[in-house]
Design a protein around this ligand. Structure first.
Ligand code: 5GP
Length: 221
């Protein structure tokens, strides 16, 4: 048994080289952003993709780290230039993921975590076979109201609008592969870590050339 084009040597990776795409969505206030930020502290070789948005920055946010904050004119120009792998209007603002940023990271073998809404998730699902789709929900709608009310930076009008959108958005939960109920942050984080780890070791991520070299060719029959 021999693999055509297989290069002999110890540099063969046991996994396929292209990074995986983890898409995490949730209604506002479910704790998804905190989960995504926290998980990359524990798991190596995964990065959060920084989205582009026309929304104004909140006091706690930094341009280029939390989002790339841009004008609507710039965003529209990026749409025209086909610069987004997905984009959507959420709560009246534009949000999008740069095709180039994503491509560079994935081709370097870095896994990406995308914290995006379900409209964006659906666009990604159509384009990527290897996406892993996770939905995060609080234990109940009442928890969502509570979490959105205590979060600083949103006006009451904005909170009301977000709740309305949240109720609509939750209907999309079935298109995701995993549901994380965020009633306990550490447990939810553990579940997200487990999803990432298991996706990485799935059989379709294994590089057959590695098995071939280590268990057949090198042994000399
Ligand atoms: P927020 O303004 O609270 O940071 O985010 C509002 C919503 O926009 C969240 O559901 C968030 O996941 C989503 N979002 C953030 N970045 C993107 C993006 O690049 N694309 C899409 N489709 N949604 C995004």
């Amino acid at each position: 048994m021999s693999m055509p084009g297989l290069k002999k040597g110890s540099g063969i990776s046991p996994r396929v080289s292209e990074g995986l795409l983890f898409v995490v969505s949730a209604p506002s206030g479910a704790g998804k952003t905190s989960l995504c930020k926290e998980v990359i502290k524990y798991i190596p070789n995964i990065q959060h993709s920084v989205s582009y948005t026309t929304r104004s920055s909140r006091p706690s946010e930094t341009d280029g780290t939390d989002y790339h904050f841009i004008t609507e004119g710039t965003f529209r120009k990026m749409i025209e230039d086909d610069a987004f792998i997905e984009w959507a209007i959420v709560h009246g603002n534009y949000y999008g993921t740069s095709k180039k940023d994503l491509g560079v990271l994935l081709s370097r073998g870095i896994d990406i975590i995308l914290d995006i809404d379900s409209q964006g998730a659906m666009q990604i699902k159509k384009r990527f076979k290897n996406g892993v789709f996770c939905y995060v929900l609080p234990p109940s709608f009442e928890h969502l109201i509570e979490r959105l009310t205590v979060r600083k930076g949103d006006t009451p009008k904005e909170i009301k609008r977000r709740l309305k959108v949240a109720r609509e958005e939750v209907k999309d939960y079935r298109m995701y592969d995993y549901l994380i109920v965020n009633d306990d942050f550490d447990r939810a984080l553990g579940e997200l870590k487990a999803i990432i780890t298991s996706a990485r070791i799935k059989m379709d991520r294994i590089n057959p050339a590695w098995v071939e070299y280590n268990f057949f060719e090198r042994r000399g029959g």
